[in-house]
Design a protein around this ligand. Sequence first.
Ligand code: ATP
Ligand code: MG
Length: 478
Amino acid sequence: MSQRTKVKQILADEKVQYDVTVKGWIRSFRNNQFIALNDGSTNNNLQIVIDPATDPALQKRFTAGAAISVRGEVIASQGKGQRVEVKAREVEILGDSDPEKYPLQLKNKPSLEYLREIAHLRFRTNTFGAVFRVRHSLAFAVHQFFNERGFVYLHTPVITASDAEGAGEMFRVTTLPLNNLPRDVDGEIDFKEDFFGRATNLTVSGQLEGELGAMAFGDIYTFGPTFRAENSNTARHLAEFWMIEPEMAFYDLEDNMNLAEAFIKYVINYVLQHNREDLEFLAQRLVEEEKQKPQQERSEMSLLEKLEFVVNNEFMRLTYTEAIDILKNSKPNKSKKFQYLIEDWGADLQSEHERYLVEKHFKKPVILTDYPAAIKAFYMKQNEDGKTVRAMDILFPGIGEIVGGSQREENYDKLVTRMEQMHLPVEELSWYLDTRRFGACPHAGFGLGFERLVLFVTGMGNIRDVIPFPRTPKSAEF
Ligand code: ATP
Ligand code: MG
C-alpha cells in the first residue's frame, strides 16, 4: 500500500515536481480533463489533470461523489486559480457514485435543513467541512488548555442514579420490560428489579462527581456527553450535547471567573491561529447569509473581527442586581418590547434579557454574578446577605448563556439546610456530602456547553448545525 499525501499538505507546500498518491472524493469533472478532488483535509480542492487519452469508459465514472486514488506528479499549475496541480499517471476508482442520484448534484445549493436529513452528504459540503474541522480544533484546544495548567481529565459517568441536581429533565435508563413493569406492594414501578437495582438516568451534568475529583486532585475537568430531555426545540438546546466542567479546589468566585475568561479566550485564539482558512470561509458564508436580512439586523463586525474582539477585550463583570437595574430602565422594558417584562428583583433572566445586556448595552461578553438563591442550584455558596449566591453566568452575543458556574457551598450544615428547604434527598446524596465532612475547602467550577461555543466561533445560527449527529425532540435517525 502506498502512502497517501493529504491535499492540505500538497497545497501548503512550496515544493513541485515530486510524485504523490492522493485519495479522495470527486467534487467535479470538467472539460474531460480536470478533476476537482477533495479529501476532507481542507475545503480547497486539488486539481487533477488527466491524460486526454484515458479510456473513455473510465472517464465516464469520474462523477461527483466517487472515491478515487490518483498517482501522479505535483507540478506548477498551468491554469489560474491554483498554484499547483497533479498530473495524473494513474487513476483508480475506489467507489462509484451514481451521478443521477447524488443529491449534491440534484440541488445546486442545498439548504442547511435539507442537509440535516442526508447524513452522509452533510460532511462533504464546504460549510460542514469547515464547521467540523473548527469543532475538532476547539476540542483539542480544550484539552491543551487544561493540560498546560495541570488539570486532571476526569471521566464522570454517563449513567447516574441521582436526579437531585435539577439541571433539567432526565432520560430514564432501564432494561425493565415496558409492557410488563414489575410493581411493588404500593403498585409503584419496582426499580429494585431494574438492571442497577434502582432507578437510573442519563447524566445532566458531571459536576457532583467532578467535585469529588477536585477534593483529591485539586484541579479537574470533565468533557463528555450530557443529556437533557428539553422539549424546548430552540436553536440553542440539544437533547444530547457536550459539556466541559472544570472544578477547582481552593478557588473562589473571582478565581473561577478569571479561569473561565482565560479559557474561552485561549480556545478561540487557538482556532484563530490554526483554522484561519475555515474561519475565513465561514465568515464569508455569514456575509452571504446576512444579505438576506434587513440592514439593521446585520452584525456590525465580521466573524473574524468578533472573535478577535472577544480575545482582546475584558469581559464586563457585574452583579445580577446591577443587571436588573439596567434592564428595568431599558428601552425594550419600558416600551414593553420584552416578552417577559422585568418588574421585580428576583426574576429569572430570559435569553432576550441576556442578549440585550450583551448586544445592546455593553456590546461585549458579560459575566453576571451573585444571583438570587431562589433561581439557582442548591450547591452554590450562600452570600452573607441571605438572599444571593456566588453564582456566575457568562453571556455571549448571539448565544445568551454560554457558561454557568459558581463557588460551591463548602459548609456542611448550610448545604444540608438548603437541600432540606428545596426538598432534595439528603440521604441519597450522602456520597456527595461526604466531601463537606472530610477536608472540605473553598472550591468552585463551571460548565461550558461545547456546542454553544462552536456556535459562536463558527457563526452558525442553529445548534443542530454544529454537532455531527443532532439529537432533538422527534429526531434521532442517524
Ligand atoms: P439554559 O438556560 O440556556 O437552558 P441552563 O441554565 O439550563 O441553560 P446549565 O445547567 O448552567 O444551563 O448548563 C451549563 C451550560 O450547558 C450552559 O451554560 C450551556 O452552555 C449548556 N447547555 C445547557 N443546556 C443545554 C442544551 N440543552 N443544549 C446545549 N447546551 C446546553
Ligand atoms: Mg436549561
